[in-house]
Design a protein around this ligand. Sequence first.
Ligand SMILES: [Zn+2]
Length: 156
Amino acid sequence: MTATPAIEGWFTTDPEPALTADRCTTCGTVFFPPTAAATGFCRNPGCDGETFESASLSRRGTVWSYTDAQYRPPAPYVPATDPYEPFALAAVELPEGLVVLGQVAEGFGVADLRVGAEVEVVVETLHVEQTDDGPVERTIWRWRPIAPARAEEVVA
Ligand SMILES: [Zn+2]
């Protein structure tokens, strides 16, 4: 099955994936999602930069906040499972100083998270789409806990 990112240009899909940001060439501030270049101006109020370069963000960050998505999000969210299975969302602070929201990796839930815990970006299947060329896997970035909080429950 072919795998393509659900959102083009927001993350890389190599074995060690990373989120892709726009970096202002004037002040060095990084922005995610990488939409700064499209608007043509820097969102840093003290900067009049107008040119941006693509930059890979750190693959690891720390949990800043998290929540349980108990209810099915509205469209354009496409449920990966039917019936809907709740998933955890984490807001992760990266060393670059920005906070990026994302789902928590397959197999992990809120019980595996705590504020300040280290997580790593992974790319996983969001859903499978039926196209004229057959099923296509759409991928998305997710946050995977590095050291699960419930270490005693991890099966070797
Ligand atoms: Zn700037």
